[in-house]
Design a protein. Structure first.
Length: 320
């Protein structure tokens, strides 16, 4: 009986290393899938902890992808980049990883590295439109506007219905004082995406630059019809009224903008500017004061900083 027990027991015994490997794999799986569930529930800190512990057991590319994404959503871009760098070491030609790395580099203002990575992606996948588009954004940020336009043209050649490329090319052309040349791109965006607010804003700016004030006003108003809370459209429309010396209309316009959005700091500042041009110094002062109260770090506060010790001195000093 003892002999049979001994034989039976020995057949069940496992190598300690195999037993540890099985335990590690089980713990890895538990941590990985707990992390996935936590990430789906928005519990990012717990998900990050699970993925990190899982990777301490086993370096797994898929889990690293989950961890990098969790860091990105948690706005921990440096940590995400650290993981992505390791993933690139493991699989240097994995295009999705490289594209994710590009987005993180943008967050960290590492535009020169963005260009380098995009060039590598293009070598791997020359018919992929995204690296050309992303490279154009980086070139715009570094001041290489002509290079950015060339990359956007290539983007559109590969993907003719990519509205973001037309929009960015229009923005670059406008910044280069080539408003007329930008108009076809903006119209193409509107054709592709009829309710794209940014396209109508740009179209308004183009018409304003070309001296077509009625068309500019119509485009700004169209944006406000689409979205009454679009602050850029409200500012552009109101400023255009001031430029045209329609001061009463500008004040009424900003009255309505402030009624729609009482926390609209720049609307107070622009209404104050219109009041000042009408000679209403007290009203202008109150509006500027309110603007700075709402946005202490804004442009108006920065202009005042270091020039006046308080609002009374600013007013007496004739900042208007």
């Amino acid at each position: 009986m003892g002999i049979f027990k001994s034989l039976f027991s020995s057949s069940k015994e496992e190598n300690p290393e195999e037993e540890k490997a099985k335990t590690d794999q089980k713990n890895f799986d538990i941590l990985k899938y707990d992390g996935i569930r936590a990430q789906k529930m928005g519990r990012l800190a717990y998900a990050i902890k699970c993925f990190t512990e899982a990777l301490n057991i086993q370096e797994d590319f898929e889990t690293m992808t989950y961890l990098a994404n969790a860091y990105i959503v948690a706005n921990e871009q440096e940590n995400a980049l650290h993981i992505l760098d390791r993933m690139v070491e493991i699989e240097p030609d994995h295009v999705n990883t490289l594209l994710t790395r590009v987005h993180v580099l943008f967050f960290l203002d590492k535009d020169a590295e963005v260009i380098e990575v995009c060039q590598h992606i293009i070598e791997l996948d020359p018919e992929n439109h995204l690296p050309y588009y992303l490279m154009s954004k980086a070139k715009k940020a570094t001041g290489d506007l002509l290079g950015g336009i060339a990359d956007l043209t290539k983007t559109i050649t590969i993907k003719e219905d990519f509205s973001e490329a037309y929009l960015l090319r229009a923005e670059i052309l406008i910044s280069m004082k080539q408003a007329k040349e930008a108009l076809p791109d903006v119209e193409k965006v509107i054709e592709l995406v009829p309710e794209e607010e940014t396209a109508f804003l740009l179209k308004g700016k183009i018409h304003e630059a070309l001296g077509d004030m009625d068309d500019a006003t119509a485009n700004y108003q169209h944006v406000l019809d689409l979205n009454p809370f679009n602050e850029d459209a409200a500012l552009l429309a109101g400023k255009l009224l001031i430029t045209q010396e329609k001061l009463d209309e500008a004040i009424t316009f900003f009255d309505e903008a402030i009624e729609t959005n009482p926390a609209f700091a720049k609307a107070y500042a622009e209404r104050g500017r219109a009041k000042n041009l009408k000679g209403d110094k007290d009203g202008a002062f109150e509006d500027l004061k309110k603007s700075i109260e709402l946005n202490p770090e804004g442009e108006e506060a920065q202009k005042m900083n270091g020039q006046h010790t308080n609002f009374d001195n600013m007013y007496k000093g004739g900042i208007f």
